[in-house]
Design a protein around this ligand. Structure first.
Ligand code: SF4
Ligand code: SF4
Length: 329
């Protein structure tokens, strides 16, 4: 393992760096880590650090797919000789570089799901040794409402390293965990911490306590109003950084799991063919209540980080904030 820090900097946590030294840092890191960085619509393995984007608008596909891929093989089997073999992913040290605060918080929510009562070895193998380098947002993204769900554009929740753009020339880099400090870099200058000015949100309602009013709204005519518009495409769930439902399919010689969506009518069909959520309105209601009520009842936090993707990308313009708000008396 390469040591990136000068010895006398080990006690320091806050540094200043310009774009060139960040690129140099990334080049060094690629010797030991697989670096994932924003590229067009999603995070990809960084091939050319010179082309790194440090001002990107958040990706359409959230970086959850790095630790929970859309499709993955769980096992291989040979029916003729009863051979079964689990196919765990290769364990690689990774850096998710430039992940936005909301998406980093979402990965902690996935940890609760996949490493809670039952530890999912596929998720754990991918997640172990992953360092999150979070990039503070200098402005709110379109329809983003992290502030309403307990986050903020400068949220360091889940960050191993927090990077903040201070001006055209410089970034503040804070090493917040031991895992993050292993990535320290000689070229960075130790500096006094600056509290950057955060942007003002457009959406100012606080939805953190929405469970209080939603718990009385299982039956409400409002659900129908929104469900009528929904075309059950599933985009809001596939592109949500916290959604984690999957289906398992067996083929002749392997078992795979694939993202699934609670917005699909087959999602809850039992083997008996009974469907406890037969109507679209039941499914729309379930998505909202899972995020703002049920998950909070179980884990004391929302399952929405306010990234705004479902609002921005729903083809029917359905806004989850409007649904939650409309239920408040
Ligand atoms: S993205 Fe919109 S239309 Fe598609 S399932 Fe979600 S709420 Fe319905
Ligand atoms: S529910 Fe919508 S706004 Fe909330 S985390 Fe999921 S995609 Fe983002």
């Amino acid at each position: 393992m390469t040591s990136y820090f000068r010895g006398d900097n080990l006690a320091e946590n806050v540094f200043r760096a310009n774009r060139d030294s960040i690129i140099k840092w990334l080049k060094n890191l690629t010797e030991d880590y697989e670096i994932w960085a924003p590229a067009r619509e999603r995070f990809e393995i960084l091939e050319e650090p010179e082309k790194i984007s440090l001002e990107y608008e958040n990706t359409i596909i959230p970086p959850k797919e790095i630790v929970f891929p859309q499709t993955e093989k769980l096992m291989e089997f040979n029916i003729s000789n009863n051979e079964v073999r689990a196919t765990l992913p290769e364990s690689r040290k990774k850096v998710i570089f430039g992940i936005r605060p909301c998406d980093a918080r979402a990965i902690r929510i996935l940890d609760i799901v996949f490493r809670g009562d039952y530890e999912d070895p596929y998720y754990t193998t991918r997640k172990n040794g992953t360092v999150l380098v979070v990039l503070t947002c200098n402005e709110y993204c379109e329809e983003g409402f992290c502030n309403a769900t307990g986050g903020s554009p400068g949220d360091s929740d889940s960050a191993d390293i927090l990077m903040t753009k201070l001006d055209d020339e410089s970034f503040q880099i804070e090493f917040l965990t031991e895992k993050g400090r292993e990535l320290g870099f000689d070229d960075f200058e130790a500096a006094e911490k600056v509290e950057p000015e955060l942007p003002e949100p457009e959406y100012t309602k606080n939805l953190e306590n929405a469970d209080g009013w939603l718990s009385y709204k299982f039956v409400s005519p409002e659900w129908d109003k929104f469900a009528r518009k929904c075309i059950s495409c599933g985009i809001c769930t596939f592109l949500c950084p916290t959604c984690h439902c999957f289906d398992i399919t067996d083929t002749k010689n392997r078992r795979i799991r694939t993202w699934d969506s609670c917005q699909f009518s087959e999602y809850t069909v039992h083997t008996s063919s009974h469907n406890p959520r037969p109507e679209k309105v039941h499914r729309v209601r379930n998505r909202v209540l899972h995020k703002f009520l049920y998950f909070k009842e179980r884990n004391n936090e929302l399952m929405c980080v306010g990234c705004g993707r479902c609002v921005r990308l729903c083809p029917e313009g359905i806004d989850i904030r409007e649904i939650v708000e409309s239920m408040e008396d």
